[in-house]
Design a protein around this ligand. Structure first.
Ligand SMILES: Nc1ncnc2c1ncn2[C@@H]1O[C@H](COP(=O)(O)OP(=O)(O)O)[C@@H](O)[C@H]1O
Ligand SMILES: [Mg+2]
Length: 227
């Protein structure tokens, strides 16, 4: 369980030319380790996660997820890889309004081709693990913002991913709730042995990280200070 991005360059079309969103970026995250990515808005943080998630193919460089090089894989193979190996947590939970917490997780298992019945037990265990015992049958409108983000986290772990990619998970929460959510992600990273990358703009959340890297104009600076 590890994530290796090597020499990643990504450009987007920009009028008559191209905008370089990622410039020769290297990022390596080991099993059970947590790397924080900080940096100003527009510096390429979300693009980096999208490349790591195999949602965008870079112009150059390669991505190795849990020992598998994604170069040359078909769309279908990438979809399978994503469902089995990658958990994603974005800023907004994007829960389905009509489903209960446990059903949100079961749907994910169903999409990954796992039988829905077996999934229920795992879903309940995961919800318990994020502190939502007793909320398993609540729908999103019956949950607080922090609780919805916990459902989102539990859902991302449903496939027992090797790699966990997290984009500004606390931006919709106040400082204290944000700190609790990051502590939870750290604990789950250690417990499940995922290689975790967290984009965050809140520097107060960086104390538990194994590594902190800073993006500036698409380039990565390693060993950024947590001050
Ligand atoms: N789909 C896209 N098409 C064109 N330009 C994009 C696209 N997504 C992001 N960008 C540009 O790439 C740069 C990096 O964006 P992004 O990765 O979202 O940065 P961050 O997450 O650090 O705010 C920005 O200049 C942004 O405007
Ligand atoms: Mg972003």
């Amino acid at each position: 369980m590890s994530l290796h991005l090597t020499d990643i360059t990504l450009t987007y079309p920009d009028g008559d030319s191209r905008l370089t969103a990622l410039d020769s970026v290297d990022l390596h995250v080991d099993k059970g380790a947590m790397t924080a990515v900080v940096g100003p808005s527009g510096s390429g943080k979300s693009s980096l996660l999208a490349v790591a998630a195999t949602l965008i193919t870079p112009d150059r460089g390669h991505i190795v997820i849990d020992g598998t090089n994604t170069a040359g894989m078909t769309r279908r193979e990438l979809t399978t890889l994503r469902r089995n190996k990658i958990g994603m947590i974005f800023q907004q939970p994007n829960l389905l309004p009509s489903l209960t917490a446990v059903e949100q997780l079961q749907v994910t298992a169903h999409l990954a081709g796992q039988p829905i019945r077996n999934a229920e037990k795992r879903a309940l265990t995961l919800l318990d693990g994020v502190g939502l015992r007793g909320k398993a049958h609540s729908r999103p409108h019956q949950l607080s913002g922090g609780q919805r983000q916990r459902v989102n986290i539990a859902r991302a772990l449903m496939s027992n991913p090797a790699v966990l990619l997290v984009d500004e998970p606390t931006s919709a929460l106040d400082h204290e709730r944000g700190a609790v959510i990051l502590d939870l992600i750290t604990a789950l990273t250690r417990r499940n042995g995922t290689a975790t990358v967290v984009v965050t703009h809140d520097r107060a959340h960086l104390s538990g990280m194994d590594d902190i890297v800073e993006m500036v104009d698409g380039r990565l600076r390693v060993g950024a200070s947590s001050e």
